[in-house]
Design a protein around this ligand. Structure first.
Ligand code: SF4
Length: 260
């Protein structure tokens, strides 16, 4: 990470309300910079679907990892969340939409927040956008010869309660609820994360770039490869045919990386 990236990351955390950051040596720090002459096993050539190697400094600020206690599990996180009233979004919700899918999923999808159908059913991505997401996951997997159904992945949102009128979650709501999201991802430790739309980008990546610029390329969160793509609700708009094609391409890339 260069100085400019570091500065932007700090500004981002400041925007989220973090006032103190603790530096912790990355895992295996003792080995950093140590060269070895011992021959290792032959490495397979990188696949076009592979993300770039992790930046050494990607885990430099592991403040978020500090939020996740040792041995954290989804059940424990949900239990600690309880009937949460930590932010104003609890006022209009019917149900907390925690997340659904495989507890040890190799792939996690992160969206923005629940809509009306999700609030009603207590499950993420069950409305029209959710049906499209399911279709995209299962349809792409099938076409690519990957045996995968929606239940094999884990799906959740940045905020767990429906924002009024489906508005975009506010920064303080994202910060408060984002801690649960970070814990969920760290508890699952997937091979990759697929970020759906701008709000999830803001929650997980240190950037002010939009989805259009970021999509299709690999990024990282806490050392985990992240693919950015469009939110399915955006793809439902009839004029977004190009975006639809691009989203399918992004998904193809993620699925091959995770399941090949
Ligand atoms: Fe709690 Fe998250 Fe709901 Fe806010 S959005 S009340 S932090 S569960």
């Amino acid at each position: 990470m260069d100085r400019d990236q570091l500065r932007r990351r700090l500004v981002f955390y400041q925007d989220l309300g973090f006032r103190t950051l603790y530096r912790r040596p990355p895992v295996g720090a003792a080995a950093v910079g140590k060269r070895t002459t011992e021959p290792g096993p032959a490495k397979a050539p990188p696949s076009v679907f592979d993300p770039p190697p992790p930046e050494q400094d990607a885990t430099l600020f592991s403040v978020l990892a500090d939020l996740a206690p040792e041995g954290d599990t989804l059940a424990r996180i949900r239990e600690e969340m309880g009937e949460c009233t930590r932010c104003r979004l609890h006022e209009g919700r019917k149900t907390i939409v925690f997340g659904s899918g495989h507890e040890q999923a190799r792939l996690v999808f992160v969206g923005e927040g629940p809509g009306a159908d999700e609030d009603e059913q207590g499950l993420p991505f069950v409305g029209r956008a959710g049906q499209l997401l399911t279709q995209m996951i299962e349809g792409t997997a099938k076409r690519e010869g990957i045996p995968l159904v929606r239940a094999d992945v884990y799906i959740c949102n940045v905020v767990k309660c429906r924002p009024p009128e489906n508005r975009t979650p506010l920064p303080d709501e994202m910060e408060t609820c984002g801690k649960f999201l970070f814990r969920q991802i760290l508890a699952i430790r997937p091979k990759a994360i697929c970020v759906l739309g701008a709000t999830a980008v803001k929650a997980l990546l240190v950037t002010r770039e939009g989805v259009t610029k970021l999509r299709g390329n690999w990024h990282r969160w806490q050392g985990i490869p992240v693919m950015v793509t469009y939110h399915p609700a955006y793809l439902l708009r009839a004029y977004n045919q190009t975006a639809k094609r691009e989203a399918w391409e992004d998904l193809k890339k993620v699925l091959h990386y995770v399941y090949d």
